[in-house]
Design a binder for this molecule. Structure first.
Ligand code: SIN
Length: 309
């Protein structure tokens, strides 16, 4: 018989946030309610076979590498259980795309690993968290689901593609040039396409003490850009730099000169774009990050440079 248990890992975020007033959707504290409380607030989940585990309790702007490592380990542990159909992670929206990309590259599980979140705190008049959580469990139990995906706002996004595109609206996510993988309507999932696949790096790739993970920073190209930041980063021992270029990954000639100096000194450099959609196309002096956003490229570069023990 197919397994029907879903494990829900809590990490905090607005989905677990509370405000003093039901009409306050910005002046709230994230990460106040435990994951079991989030589940208890959704009556439709009462009939499901669920297990909850609090992996972290933070505002995802404060996400750190140690939490990523623990989350990946706990998700892998539960996904390996024969009685578990899938794992759901409740998360903040702010760095959801980075966590999703990291889990995609490290675990790329056959079973569904579904991240979800909310733009409104749990106390809001029209909170989106309960529906998103219900949809995430629906996706985790769907026979066609697999890999790292994000269930949010009635849509399912690929962990490899998703990005936050709005500061306030409850349809805050998109996937650049790619559309959603599926929609969730009245408890059923309607798939449009399969999620992109990757060769999982495996948990061993991130086993190193997070204090030893390489330092990779992001700099932005803009009118009047200079090389001061890059020079300072190199002086501080940075190991990788992602530049979010203008347009098709273009970089001001002064900033480019600093990045080439850094590259010559052994710093890994990747060139992405500050545009919301579209890959960096073609060759230039600095290597392209392809279709990765700047924050995804930062994760990718860090994963490529992690020490193996
Ligand atoms: C967070 O990312 O933890 C706070 C913001 C949000 O979840 O929308």
């Amino acid at each position: 018989m197919a397994s029907s248990k879903v494990v829900i890992l809590g990490t905090g975020g607005t989905i677990a946030g509370t405000a003093a007033s039901a009409t306050d959707a910005v002046g709230y504290a994230a990460a106040q309610l435990g994951v079991a409380q989030l589940v208890a607030a959704v009556p439709a989940l009462a009939s499901r076979s669920l297990e909850c585990e609090q992996v972290a309790q933070l505002d995802s702007k404060d996400m750190d590498h140690a939490t990523w490592q623990r989350l990946a380990q706990r998700a892998a542990h539960h996904l390996a259980r024969p009685d578990v159909a899938g794992v759901v992670v409740t998360h903040g929206t702010d760095t959801l795309e980075e966590t999703a990309y990291l889990l995609h590259r490290v675990l790329a599980p056959a079973k569904p690993l579904v991240l979800t979140a909310a733009m409104r705190p749990a106390t809001a008049l029209m909170t989106d968290g309960p529906q998103n959580l219900l949809d995430a469990v629906t996706v985790a139990l769907d026979a066609q689901a697999g890999g790292v995906v994000v269930a949010f706002g009635g849509r399912v996004w690929a962990g490899a593609e998703v990005r936050k595109v709005h500061t306030y609206r409850i349809d805050a996510f998109a996937a650049g040039d790619a559309g959603p993988l599926a929609t969730v309507e009245e408890g059923s999932v309607r798939w449009s396409r399969a999620a992109p696949k990757t060769q999982a790096l495996g948990l061993a790739a991130i086993a190193a003490d997070p204090a030893r993970w390489p330092r990779v920073e992001i700099v932005l190209n803009h009118a009047g850009a200079g090389g001061m930041l890059v020079d300072a980063l190199v002086a501080q021992g940075v190991q990788g730099v992602v530049v979010a270029g203008t347009g098709n990954g273009a970089v001001h000639h002064v900033l480019e000169a600093a990045l080439l100096r850094a590259q010559g000194a052994g710093v890994r450099v990747l060139r992405s774009t500050r545009c919301a959609s579209g890959p960096v196309i073609g060759e230039a002096a600095l290597p392209s990050a392809g279709a990765l956003t700047a924050v995804q490229a930062r994760v990718e570069l860090m994963l490529q440079m992690l020490p193996t023990e």
